[in-house]
Ligand binder design. Structure first.
Ligand SMILES: CCCCC/C=C\C/C=C\C/C=C\C/C=C\CCCC(=O)SCCNC(=O)CCNC(=O)[C@H](O)C(C)(C)COP(=O)(O)OP(=O)(O)OC[C@H]1O[C@@H](n2cnc3c(N)ncnc32)[C@H](O)[C@@H]1OP(=O)(O)O
Length: 187
């Protein structure tokens, strides 16, 4: 099947939008686990998403250096967020390939620029570059991924239904707050 240019969803967030946490307990972006990556993302121009990940002592492999698997995790998150937010299609990572080009020390920040590359049926291709310590810093890590679009039943069948319900409730609440239909009883 031929690869087609990605068609950004008409309701995708617009450039400049800060993307929230998609699930509090997500290791990549959630705030529930202190050792998580706490990745923060925003929509850029032309089918890109910018993410930032600051490496802490909890992310070490060699002393003082980020663990490669956690760097791959940051790219999985950044790329997944790109696919999910720009296409608004549930999808999971089928394949993730990483090039580690420079060491990434504890205390440094990776500025990840991720983009959609194309789609072929259910297959979604995306790639990203991680710049060290500045958006135009040297590229320390790059990644390419294949995501596969799935039905929502992928998560209900294989995941945790109680956690999914909590997530759906939180999203509904956030929507109500955005639309001014909600207020705190005990602010
Ligand atoms: C309802 C509205 C929703 C709106 C959503 C809106 C917003 C969401 C917003 C934000 C989301 C934000 C952030 C997300 C952040 C992070 C994401 C982290 C993502 C993950 O961390 S997720 C966990 C790791 N991930 C898995 O846990 C997957 C386990 N896995 C499977 O569940 C299956 O394996 C599956 C489903 C992948 C495929 O299974 P399947 O049976 O459905 O389909 P099948 O096998 O036929 O593959 C179809 C075509 O993909 C090709 N293909 C498949 N895999 C390939 C590979 N590895 N290499 C090369 N090609 C591959 C085949 O070759 C075929 O290609 P072809 O059609 O050309 O033959």
């Amino acid at each position: 099947m031929d690869v087609e240019p990605p068609a950004v969803h008409p309701k995708a967030p617009t450039p400049g939008t800060e993307l929230g946490i998609h699930f509090d307990e997500c290791f990549g972006c959630g705030d529930e686990f202190e050792a998580g990556l706490h990745l923060r993302s925003r929509i850029g121009e032309a089918q890109t998403v910018y993410s930032e990940f600051t490496v802490t002592a909890a992310h070490q492999g060699a002393p003082g250096l980020a663990h490669g698997g956690l760097l791959a995790c940051a790219f999985d998150e950044a790329l997944g967020s790109t696919v999910g937010n720009l296409l608004r299609r549930p999808a999971v990572t089928g394949k993730l390939e990483t090039d580690f080009r420079r060491p990434v020390p504890v205390g440094s920040t990776l500025y990840i620029e991720a983009r959609l590359d194309g789609t072929a049926g259910r297959k979604i291709y995306a790639s990203a570059d991680g710049h060290l310590d500045a958006p135009d810093g040297p590229i320390a890590v790059s990644a390419r991924a294949l995501f596969v679009a799935v039905g929502f039943e992928h998560f209900t069948t294989h995941g945790d239904p109680a956690a999914l319900k909590k997530l759906a409730d939180a999203q509904e609440k956030a929507k109500r707050v955005r639309e001014g239909r909600d207020w705190e009883i005990n602010p």
